[in-house]
Design a protein around this ligand. Structure first.
Ligand code: GUN
Length: 303
């Protein structure tokens, strides 16, 4: 499904991979309904009117329904208190029709995202942000894995195959949502993992050692062509809007795409790389959560 670029590395088609994954999840949801009478349900909580979040949430709802799952949307006002939001999450924790809960971030300043995430039942935490799931990932247990790193790992394996042992991996960025869980996933695959960040010394040199480079810093086009080892697999998690010609804007990643593509073995584009994988993995996590809650075997990835 990946495309060989006319010159330089393969362009990893995240959009096509995500469509395939959604089709697999859709089939598995249909089978779960038929064989066990279970319809997985995902509750999404969007506080206020954050414009980018509204777009994400609309897409999440649409794709949840297209996969045959129930979608429950909650839209409390921007002025909601932390206690009220925690009370809403606790209601969803108790609701048997809800198998997955996602509280869209960022939250307004009067609400601690840490407190809200802590109130989500870890079994329903399809974002994988709860400390129980973060801890399970760190010790190699069967929790729920954050969607973006999970999607990145699938794209890496689509290029390099399932055996990543001994590969030198560098994760640029140390967020709880992407950088840290990504590093744990790579470590679990027996990669030699470096986490680099804004204080890392000799960053270009660190990057050049990596066979697998995952960029998740939120800095437009930061990773340059001469930062990348020839033949490396480059995964770009960044989504940055920059000014382009004639007062227009365009989306770019954390990687200088054209320059890096010339050197890399494979690279994800922005848009159409990692982005579509995040929602596809959210649907997969919701299916996994529903199966576990009902004591039904979780389907095999290609089943
Ligand atoms: N805001 C931006 N990305 C995400 C995500 O993956 N999950 C949640 N909950 N909020 C987000």
């Amino acid at each position: 499904m990946n495309q060989q670029a006319p010159e330089g590395g393969t362009i990893i088609d995240g959009k096509a991979f995500a469509a395939d994954l959604r089709a697999t999840v859709t089939r598995q949801v249909a089978r779960l309904k038929q064989e066990h009478g279970i319809t997985p349900g995902l509750a999404v909580v969007l506080v206020g009117e954050h414009p980018a979040s509204q777009v994400y949430v609309r897409n999440k709802n649409k794709q949840t329904i297209e996969a045959g799952m129930n979608s429950f949307e909650h839209r409390p006002e921007d002025s909601i208190s932390e206690a009220e939001l925690v009370a809403l999450v606790e209601e969803l924790n108790q609701d048997p029709k809800v198998n997955g809960i996602l509280v869209q971030l960022p939250l307004p300043s009067q609400v601690s995202s840490h407190a809200v995430i802590a109130s989500i039942d870890p079994a329903k935490d399809v974002d994988g942000f709860h400390t129980t799931n973060a801890g399970l990932l760190a010790v190699g247990g069967a929790g729920l894995v954050p969607c973006t790193p999970l999607g990145c790992m699938m794209l890496i394996k689509s290029v390099l195959g399932d055996d990543l042992s001994g590969q030198r991996a560098l994760v640029l960025g140390r967020s709880n949502i992407v950088g840290k869980p990504m590093a744990h996933l790579l470590l679990a695959e027996s990669c030699t993992v470096t986490i680099a960040h804004s204080r890392t010394r000799d960053l270009p040199q660190e990057c050049r050692r990596a066979d697998i480079l995952v960029a998740a810093v939120g800095r437009p086009q930061m990773v340059k062509g001469d930062w990348v080892k020839p033949g490396a697999t480059v995964i770009d998690v960044g989504i940055n809007r920059i000014e382009s010609d004639e007062g227009k804007t365009r989306l770019v990643g954390d990687v200088d795409f054209e320059a890096v593509r010339a050197v890399a073995g494979a690279i994800t584009p922005v848009p159409g790389g990692v982005g579509p994988m995040t929602i596809a993995c959210l649907l997969l996590n919701t299916l996994t959560a529903a199966c576990r809650q009902h004591g039904v075997p979780v389907p095999e990835p290609d089943g």
